[in-house]
Design a protein around this ligand. Sequence first.
Ligand code: SF4
Ligand code: SF4
Length: 345
Amino acid sequence: MDVTIEYTHIDRFIRGLLSHYDVIAPVARDGRFIFDRIDDPAAVSPQYDTTLLPPVKWIYPNNEVLLEFDLRDITKAAVIAQGRPQALTFVHPCDINAINLMDDILAEEPSDANYLTRRRSTVIIGYECLGPCKENYLCFDKGCHITYKGFDLFFTDIGGRYYVHVATEAGREIVEEDGIFKKAAYDDWVDLMKARAERKKGFKKVIRGDMEMLSHHLKEAYHNEIWDIEGKKCLSCGACVIVCPTCYCFDVSDEMCPDMEKGVRTRRWDGCQLRGFCKVASGENFRKDAAERVRHRVFKKEVYLKKRFGRSGCVGCGRCIDYCIAKISIIDIFNHVMDRVRENV
Ligand code: SF4
Ligand code: SF4
């Protein structure tokens, strides 16, 4: 079922969501956009470029209490899975593709009960990109500027109103309850097709070469000079992995209550670009050079995850480029590798 909603009714739509869900939406803050919990529809900015942190972080939060335990009977440790209903709104296709991948990664055994519980209580309202939202993007090369699944509703701006694809039962309940959605008519569909035809013209390919071969070429470039070149620039700050919508590495710590009997286990985000990430108990660090760490990040996205899940771990959002103070660009790394292949042919 497809419906439409006038621009002027968006406030009412969000107000309706607020009566059932914690609403997480793109808002402007300090000259950039972030996803934040809102209570006022006026705060929402459906037109935004990429947010600082991706929306998946609301399903996979930092400093999350994973379980409670009692040392007097450790077998009764209880998982703290919080499933408060939340609506992630106006989510771009690249970020929906990232959530789809995270769903697969974290459902693998042993599955992540905390993530899966929160995911089940999250509805996702997608928002179509009709052109690139900023300069650093490779979502088009990745095929992630569009998405066919992973959302309950999907909005496309067709001028004066939004075309809304209703994909799930939860989505249907939202649009039926509001009474501000109209069944999509033929003219609405024609306008949708026109908007999508224009979208095709907006995006440009930025990686030189055949993306299907990228993983293979990277493996051949394992000893390429690019890793040392970029490694010398890298400050090991970890910004690139913290902002990435498909990075999920974490560390856990146990904290005791003052009674020294009860305690909690907490998960904190961690990242492979940080110097101490690969340091083990004996003091060895099995990825001690920045060059090795930079290579690992790129291989994790483009080789290892691709092998495990059949698709790249990079959805092309460009956040790692935007927030790298050393100006290391995954686009430049991919192009360097592709160019080397061509030179050697
Ligand atoms: S590797 Fe960079 S461009 Fe790719 S998904 Fe992560 S942050 Fe986005
Ligand atoms: S953001 Fe840049 S400088 Fe910081 S760890 Fe990542 S690649 Fe290195």
